[in-house]
Design a protein around this ligand. Structure first.
Ligand code: NAD
Length: 474
């Protein structure tokens, strides 16, 4: 596995000079250049799939299946979409206007913002780093990419491949942690795209304010899964458990906790148990009927670091709720079993901040109104999931809450459905991306008008002196 030293502060200055020169050369603006770079990004992924799988395995212990289905395939689909729609996206748009101004050639030009800084995170270290980069390239920007130091193998792989595939002047990788990010944030960029926690998001926003740089913040939060009494219980169990199994729940849009009724809770627990048994059957051909415990299972991701392992363990140690499913953890493999906790009260440690791991507390409420009140008393979640067979229940929650995204009867899919912009709302983020939204994020909609000089005949009344006669004409 590759391992590369952090970028020195002098090298950051050099990288910055290079991307600014690329911007000033105007090379990155042409559509043919952008398409060539997008194609190269496609080859970068295609030619090194196995290396990416191995890097993520090393960083997160994640099975190849999840890396292919949740990172490589969606990233390739995004690349194909950007490549095939770029001409249309980048086309100047004539605006429909009034009769007089119809002569003004009023046009909106999507223009590159300039130089982008992209700060990635570790939980999906490919797609959450290359996804924004794709948007920056498609919109004609140069960029510095700062992959997350917590996924060092993937970061090192990106640092070794990007110079081989992309324009070496316009796209630079900076490896590092707080020191490097702090240095980068002192420099003036034309857009900063950050994925990570809200606490660091505030540092990014403050630094950006110094230069009045526009920002996109892809943050997190506690995303509830609401389960109504009429939900299709078999499907609910499978889908919610899948949301916690994937990447061991280390997903910004993982269902963080369940809101349900007292009547539904026992059925839900049964359905969770059945789903987990389905996901983790006894090994084929083994003499025992016992499944391999998840904490030793190679198809189940580890917790990214001992810090996060200890953080999640502490939540389990301090909760006043009852662990009714799972609860095992193994420091040696750094894995924590999917763990469901009941009897959780709103002031429980598990309800304080985003869990970002495979623990699922269940909060029992009396009514849909209580569900809405609970959600609205907290930060806007990045996602709300609602499980119900009745459209009116879905609408009840949808119309009374705010969140980045909203899914009826499933989890996670909003990240992958082509055409849906992805992003948070307030404390869960600002701005969005994916597909055309990525292009828009890194573009400036430049308004342009061209006023024929002969039009002064029509415009004569606007010039001083402002006579009473002219006033009447307004
Ligand atoms: P983090 O926010 O601690 O770190 C992310 C990046 O910030 C790293 O690259 C790091 O180098 C940099 N950083 C850390 N401290 C810094 C400082 N003091 N100054 C400047 N830069 C600094 O990452 P995390 O908390 O482990 O990430 C998990 C969070 O990210 C969760 O809240 C999750 O929901 C969120 N997330 C959001 C999305 C999304 O798309 N919305 C995706 C993944 C994760």
């Amino acid at each position: 596995m590759e391992s590369t030293a952090f970028t020195s502060l002098d090298q950051i200055d050099d990288a910055y000079t290079s991307v600014v020169e690329a911007k000033n050369s105007y090379n990155t603006r042409s559509i043919s250049y952008r398409k060539a770079q997008i194609k190269q990004l496609g080859w970068l992924l295609q030619n090194h799939e196995k290396q990416f799988e191995a890097a993520v395995l090393s960083d997160l212990g994640r099975p190849a299946f999840e890396t292919i289905s949740a990172e490589l395939n969606p990233m390739k689909a995004e690349i194909n979409e950007a490549y095939s729609h770029l001409d249309k996206w980048a086309k100047p748009r004539k605006v429909k206007t009034s009769m007089v101004w119809g002569l003004a050639q009023a046009t909106v030009y999507p223009e590159p913002k300039g130089v982008a800084l992209i700060i990635g995170t570790w939980n999906f270290p490919i797609v959450l780093t290359l996804g924004p980069l794709l948007g920056a390239i498609a919109a004609g920007n140069s960029a510095i990419l700062k992959p997350a130091e917590q996924a060092p193998a993937t970061a090192a792989l990106l640092a070794s491949l990007i110079p081989k595939y992309l324009d070496n002047q316009a796209y630079k990788v900076v490896l590092g942690a707080v020191e490097q990010t702090t240095k980068l944030l002192e420099l003036k960029f034309d857009h900063i795209f950050y994925t990570g926690s809200g606490n660091i998001g505030k540092i990014i926003a403050r630094a950006a304010a110094e230069h009045l740089t526009p920002i996109t913040l892809e943050l997190g939060g506690k995303s509830p899964a609401i389960v109504f009494d009429d939900a299709n219980i078999d499907v609910v169990g499978r889908r919610i458990m899948w949301g916690k199994y994937t990447n061991a729940g280390q997903i910004c849009i993982a269902p963080d906790y369940v809101l349900t009724t007292r009547e539904m809770q026992p059925k839900l627990l049964e359905s969770f148990r059945a789903a987990l048994a389905e996901f983790n059957p006894p090994p084929k051909g083994s003499s025992t009927s016992e499944a391999t415990p998840l904490v030793q299972n190679k198809s189940y991701s580890k917790i990214v670091s001992s810090n996060h392992f200890n953080r999640i363990s502490k939540l389990l140690d301090t909760t006043k709720g009852e662990i009714v499913i799972g609860g095992q953890r193994d420091e040696a493999t750094q894995k924590i079993e999917i763990t469901v906790v009941t009897g959780v009260k709103p002031d429980d440690a598990l309800m304080e901040s985003e869990i970002f791991g495979p623990i699922l507390p269940i909060l029992v409420v009396d009514s849909a109104d209580d569900m809405v009140k609970y959600i609205n008393a907290h930060d806007n979640p990045l996602a709300i999931y609602v499980f119900t067979q009745a459209r009116r229940n879905r609408d009840y929650i949808f119309e009374r809450t705010r969140s980045g995204g909203f899914v009826h009867n499933d989890v996670l899919v909003q990240f992958q459905i082509p055409g849906l912009p992805f992003g948070g709302h307030g404390p869960s983020g600002m701005g969005n991306y994916h597909g055309k939204a990525s292009f828009d994020t890194f573009s400036h909609e430049r308004a342009s008008a061209s006023i024929p000089t002969w039009m002064d005949v029509l415009l004569a009344s606007r010039y001083p002196p402002y006579t009473p006669q002219k006033l009447k004409m307004l």
